[in-house]
Ligand binder design. Sequence first.
Ligand SMILES: Nc1ncnc2c1ncn2[C@@H]1O[C@H](COP(=O)(O)OP(=O)(O)O)[C@@H](O)[C@H]1O
Ligand SMILES: [Mg+2]
Length: 86
Amino acid sequence: MINVSIKQDLNNVTVRISDTGIGISPEDQDRIFERFFKADRSHSRKYGGSGMGLAIVKQIVSLHKGDIRVESEPGQGTTIIITLPI
Ligand SMILES: Nc1ncnc2c1ncn2[C@@H]1O[C@H](COP(=O)(O)OP(=O)(O)O)[C@@H](O)[C@H]1O
Ligand SMILES: [Mg+2]
């Protein structure tokens, strides 16, 4: 299940993208925004991907002077939170 929500306050818009997927370990959460980083290498063939997605998203968000962060619980799911100034 993927849930997308948007909230606006005086200065910022916050976009939250949540899933009920496999989650990301605390160690990997520190690295997912690095180029070519893929968590759990033993499964990287199974899940595919290039490890570029979040690095590109982070770059775009930075160029808009925004902020991106992750909250995740292994086995429960992941939320990516993007804040953009208005
Ligand atoms: N929603 C998610 N749930 C679990 N793991 C994720 C999620 N998003 C990213 N990851 C982990 O972070 C790594 C890097 O993600 P990303 O930069 O989006 O790579 P890709 O371009 O391969 O999709 C992925 O290989 C995966 O291990
Ligand atoms: Mg991705």
